[in-house]
Write a protein that binds this ligand. Structure first.
Ligand code: HEC
Length: 105
């Protein structure tokens, strides 16, 4: 019985390790993750906010980029986002859009 139990734990450990390495190999653009860190203060970790700010997780990519460009140009009036949008290039908007679109709500 002891031996069987030992094997079960070994197998469970192996499965856990497999799942872990599969998760850590998931394609995450490290640059996008760094860029998004400065958004977390208001929009929450991975874009899932808890305090009444717009949720960015799962946001449509095209809409995301268009909103960021509109904040930057001033086409969309904002309280704070026009300041943030000015710090990023169009290419970085794309990366941020990819990152947030991939986050689960
Ligand atoms: C200081 C708080 C704050 C930070 C930091 C911040 N945001 Fe925002 N965000 C807001 C607020 C508030 C709004 C609503 C528009 C406004 O009043 O500026 C908003 C709106 C948005 C919207 C539009 C959402 C919609 O549903 O239309 C997007 C996209 C967005 N933010 C992206 C970002 C990204 C990307 C970053 C990081 C680069 C970021 N925000 C950082 C506060 C913040």
């Amino acid at each position: 019985m002891k031996i069987i139990q030992h094997h079960i734990f070994t197998i469970a450990g192996a499965i856990g390790l497999l799942l872990f390495s599969a998760a850590s190999h998931a394609e995450v653009d490290a640059h996008a993750r760094n860029l998004s860190a400065s958004c977390a203060a208001c929009h929450g970790t991975n874009g899932n906010n808890a305090g009444g700010m717009p949720v960015l997780a799962g946001m449509d990519k095209v809409l995301f980029v268009s909103q960021m460009k509109d904040f930057k140009s001033g086409a969309r009036p904002a309280t704070v986002m026009h300041h943030h949008a000015k710090g990023y290039s169009d290419e970085e908007f794309e990366k941020l859009a990819d990152f947030f679109a991939a986050q689960k709500r």
